[in-house]
Design a protein around this ligand. Structure first.
Ligand code: DGP
Length: 112
């Protein structure tokens, strides 16, 4: 079972912001912004690149959960970034689909 499957199954601890039957939002263990929340599906999908048409509704729920995470952490009004690192060049390190919700500071573009 992968690391984020274990977090979804409560086999390893995480600081959970909210969850439902299909997804979990929890704080990143190594935050790179004052708000850094990860939103994951409970079902294992390795990356955004592995999402299939049957995941369309789930992907929508993940995006809406990202906006909810921004609202709950107080960064929605100031602005925030939602990121899905996908594959080696993007720096994906955990191969279970996750959205990073980053906020609480100004960010540059393009990303590094
Ligand atoms: P990425 O590089 O896009 O695959 O992001 C993976 C993120 O997962 C990274 O920001 C650190 C975070 N992370 C890794 N292990 C753990 C963990 O055990 N708990 C939590 N809460 N976050 C983790």
């Amino acid at each position: 079972m992968c690391l984020f499957c274990k977090i979804a199954a409560k086999q390893i601890p995480a600081k959970i912001l909210f969850e439902d039957d299909e997804l979990v939002a929890f704080h990143d263990v190594n935050p790179v912004a004052p708000t850094h929340v990860l939103v994951i599906p409970k079902a294992h999908v390795a990356s955004l690149g592995d999402a299939a048409p049957e995941h369309a509704a789930l992907l929508g729920k993940l995006m809406l959960a990202a906006t909810r995470a921004a609202e709950l952490t107080g960064v929605a009004q100031g602005g925030y970034r939602v990121v899905a690192n996908t594959g080696a060049n993007a720096g994906q390190s955990v191969f279970h689909l996750h959205l990073h919700v980053l906020g609480g500071r100004a960010m540059g573009w393009p990303p590094g």
